[in-house]
Design a protein around this ligand. Sequence first.
Ligand code: BGC
Length: 815
Amino acid sequence: MPTVAQFFLCGLLAVSARGQDYDGSPRDEDAFSYVQPENTTILGPYGHSPPVFPSPHATGSGGWEEAFAQAQDFVAQLTPEEKADMVTGQFGPCVGNIVAIPRLNFGGLCLQDGPLAIRVADYASVFPAGVAAASTWDRKILYERGFAMGEEFKAKGAHVALAPVAGPLGRSAYSGRNWEGFAADPYLTGVAMEETIRGFQDAGVQATAKHFVGNEQETQRNPTYDPDGTVTDVLQEAVSSNIDDRTMHELYLWPFANAARARVASVMCSYQRLNGSYACENSKILNGLLKQELGFQGYVMSDWGGTHSGVASIEGGLDMNMPGGIGAYGQDPKAGSFFGGNVTRAVSNGTLPESRLDDMILRIMTPYFWLGQDRDYPTIDPSSADLNTFSPRSEWLREFNLTGPRSRDVRGDHASLIRRHGAEATVLLKNKNNALPLRAPKTIAVFGNDAAENTNGPVNQDTFEFGTLAAGGGSGTGRFTYLVSPLAALNARARRDGTSLVQYWLNNKQVATSSVSDLLGVPTQPEACLVFLKTWAAEGEDRAHLDSDYSGNEVVASVAKTCNNTIVVTHSSGINTLPFANHPNVTAILAAHYPGQESGNSIVDVLYGDVNPSGRLPYTIARNGSDYNAPPTTEVTTNGKYDWQSWFDEKLEIDYRYFDAHNIPVLYEFGFGLSYTKFNISNVRAERVVQAIPSTPERLPVQPGGNPALWETLYNVSVSVTNTGPVHGATVPQLYVTFPDSTPSGTPPKQLRGFEKVALEPGESRVVSFALARRDLSYWDVVSQEWVVPEGEFTLRVGFSSRDLREVVRVTLVE
Ligand code: BGC
């Protein structure tokens, strides 16, 4: 815990509403009266940083001016009741709903999950999860995926996609939702956010950057409600993520700056508390960081049931209350709303300025007009309403006009794209003696409960013993119309080649406890033994361990005892410990993550070399599970209302930043991945783009993404990359920056600040360049509250992973 002096230096974040320290939900049935909790000191110094009021009003600047004017016309015509409707969700056909105002030709808003598919829908595709998409390290794929998903959301009549995810960022290897997001690194996640958001929005759908911010664990993400009390009676408040100012800027806020820059329509505030105050009413993060510093012009919507007050939240920066009701997950609309009629009342009695309510609606309607959603937008597919178990028709309080064709097939030709993306996302971690690609083997033996058909139906809402895993659970999952299993794809390939005999053992218990030599029972040894392992993760719970599920390690050990060409494929939410990695008979390991509906085809394409693997790890695989720092806070031993605290004491040291800072050897480092060919890097050059580089940026008017001076390129670094091997392939040169010694302590030894996917024919070379923006070469100075380029020499290294850096160049920006 920091000392009081450190706290003041760090400029920690505000927790107040209306200028008072305030921590939590209303104390009585009137959503608009709240009292200060009796004991706020328990929060320590994190509970007392300055409030940021009033909530900055949107102006539409940065390209939304015309749409903003349309939104102004719209708002001018609204009655007080209509205004309240515009900011308050209602139960209806979609996961979130804003009701129509037919007299103004406004058809309402349909908000649907999620980050890898339109979840509540039939005849829609399931794409690779965020962690898989990030593993491609390919900007083009990230954009294509966002665009293709956007096409499906739009065709189903969804205006707003509740995606993509930058929180969790991946502070802890154990967090249950890391797979929904991208990488345990703000730079890679930032690029992925930007590309995905542009993809969605170019397809005409509003994107939602979520969960803002510090949502790094699932345990106690929401309050514990009193089962015997009313829906707002809280026994213990949600966990508080306590984050210092520098860490906030350089890690957790960073990708949201990219999102704002990409003109994201919406930001979803997260469930947990942030430095003592609920994220959805934290004026420092919503008014201060997001709307002021990052110039965000869209709207802040609450996570489902993440609203804990009315006026306090509105003044704190919340613009839309979802799904609208009160209680856990907002699941009880009949219990009333913190918004709704209370908003109208607060305006009429003078508690809430009408200008703020108008600002909320302007923020909601500007992206709607900007994306042309007022013109010929598809109707909501009525089948989505039937599939929506969150708010079944019986619970709707308002009318929804559901006309239009039912059960539309919106998948288009996305299957081939998903297959390609899944293959490109696969990370080859080990390939001893060129075990891969397979060369038309005559006999293959397949092991593991992840290899074959899913046995428990199409919706991934629970883990199950038998069947391949291609998505995680919770609101970030998808509803498969089909799922190609590895075994089915291997069999199809064998038939095509006319060569392979595929035999399989799918029961992990049997394989783990039997002699595989007895199981094989054939005179010919299989040429390859493929083992498919899976690891489940889901919203609402953190992972209990980092091993593969269902005794995966024992399955590998058993197979490898007999088979000297054991090839392991993991379908996983992300980090797995791989105790078998150095086993001499384990010749190859592939991390395929959650690849989506074409899973089997994607992996077979890589196994047989139709696709040369070029995925790279978006996190570190440590030698031991216990090597990871920053575990989730899983329990408190006291029962005080505010006792759930998670101190982000590791500060900037997450994932490779931590392992590097402490010289901890790892199994496979961040950025690592093999190919069937070889690459070389040479000829690094750094070219200064602007002559004079003052240490602080010019203070330009803030645009979406923050001060535009932060995005200005200061240096261009280039390298020559050559394919020195025998086959076509792609690689990912990566640029890591080591800051000068003058940078304040706690600066990680190196940080990713550039990458590019480059495909090359054998013998081909290409020059790849990385533009380093001012933000990339600055640290956040907590005293001056500014990004500062430090004095002294920067070391810029380029290589093929965070621990395989081959070229180096040193530059001094500020003397
Ligand atoms: C999740 C959000 C999701 C929402 C609606 C919440 O529980 O945290 O990510 O968009 O539910 O399903």
